[in-house]
Design a protein around this ligand. Structure first.
Ligand SMILES: [Fe+2]
Length: 376
């Protein structure tokens, strides 16, 4: 056992349990915190780990009345309500680590156009399990990963998506076509270029991950453009903190509507977590309609938005590549923007993509289960 996990002494303190570890760390655990996670059948269900006991109904003056170090890895604790429980020292020590990542696990590497390209995995190899964890770790790090060896047929992408989990169903269904449609309900279904954007910020539960699969891409043009929204947001924060602040605090309205659907959402273009870190970028010029606000406020907003757009659209921030039939990419729709260059409908070519979505937690769940299995 490492020094950090070896219990040296235990003592009663402030109705709770004071533990000192061999490396000098010391912490006093609250009696209710200990009692409500006691590894006993009356408190936690053995199979699911879910809690059976309601801490709200424990005596308000609950106290630890007895504590005995059994060995360096365990402590026996008695409570004033009669419960007697043995705690694992490793679990107690692990509980002191700050809990920050509930999403995909991994340090993000921010990038710009100099990155040049993204890691690529072969579908046949991903079926082994461990490489799939590699893909998800790269997805956490860079926000975009390529897959090859995906059958360029109608639902050829489902095998890959099934390795991760269930796809997200939307008002359009599951995996849907992205190709030129004379009756386009969305500008995606035309041959115009698409500016960098995230998909569907108008959904109250925004798309977590986008998967785009190429069946044909033989027209001139039609390259994919990928931008790290977090890198751009951090650059804006450094270079123009007032603009960053305006985009992080101005609520913006996103909307999609057709005959049977009305989707709307209100959020800022840059979303921050409680520690002020960039958590989400929402950029979709086609569906954004900022509310009428006082002119001075909008002046500030539009100036900030213009600076943000300049950076998002800059070639220096963009990685460009042309998907080939049998290739696909998966990207983090909270972080990475995607777009495409225009293409010419001439010369008897064809451009046919299919796309599907995942909810956020489906992907992080698969990564965590694989980490449990393969370590990491
Ligand atoms: Fe899109």
């Amino acid at each position: 056992m490492t020094a950090s996990a070896a219990i040296e002494t235990v003592a009663l303190e402030d109705r709770g349990l004071a533990v000192t570890w061999a490396d000098g760390a010391r912490f006093t655990f609250h009696p209710v915190w200990l009692r409500e996670r006691a590894p006993s059948e009356e408190t936690l269900d053995a199979r699911t780990g879910q809690r059976k006991l309601e801490a709200a109904f424990l005596p308000r003056d609950l106290a630890v009345t007895e504590a005995r170090r059994e060995d360096e890895g365990a402590v026996a604790v008695g409570f004033s309500d009669g419960a007697a429980v043995r705690f694992d020292g490793r679990a107690l020590r692990a509980a002191l680590a700050p809990r920050e990542q509930v999403d995909l696990v991994g340090v993000k590497q921010l990038w710009d156009g100099a990155l040049g390209g993204f890691p690529c995995y072969d579908l046949a190899e991903l079926k082994q399990g461990a490489p799939l964890l590699g893909l998800l770790d790269d997805l956490a790090r860079l926000g975009c990963v390529l897959i090859e060896g995906v059958p360029p047929e109608k639902n050829g992408i489902l095998e890959f998506m099934g390795l991760i989990g269930n796809i997200k169903l939307t008002n359009w269904g599951g995996v849907e076509d992205v190709k030129v449609d004379a009756d386009a309900f969305d500008l995606t279904l035309t041959n115009r270029g698409l500016e960098p954007h995230v998909d569907n910020p108008y959904r109250f539960s925004t798309i977590g991950y986008v998967v785009l699969h190429c069946l044909a891409n033989s027209f001139e043009g039609g390259e994919s453009t990928i931008v790290d929204g977090f890198a751009v947001a951090e650059r804006l924060r450094r270079e123009d903190p007032e603009a960053f602040e305006a985009l992080a605090t101005t609520p913006v309205y996103f909307r999609y509507q057709d005959e049977t659907t009305m989707l709307e959402n209100l959020r800022s273009l840059i979303g921050l977590d409680s520690a002020g870190r960039v958590e989400r970028v929402a950029w979709s010029n086609r569906t954004e309609f900022v509310d009428a606000r006082p002119a001075a406020e909008l002046e500030r907003y539009y100036a900030a938005r213009a600076r943000f757009a300049e950076l998002l659209y800059a070639d220096a921030m963009t990685v460009t590549f042309k998907l080939q039939p049998g290739q696909a990419f998966i990207l983090d729709n909270y972080r990475v923007l995607h777009g495409r260059r225009p293409f010419e409908l001439a010369g008897g070519g064809n451009r046919h993509m299919r796309q599907g979505y995942f909810d956020r937690d489906m992907v992080s769940s698969r990564q965590k289960v694989l980490r449990r299995q393969y370590g990491g």
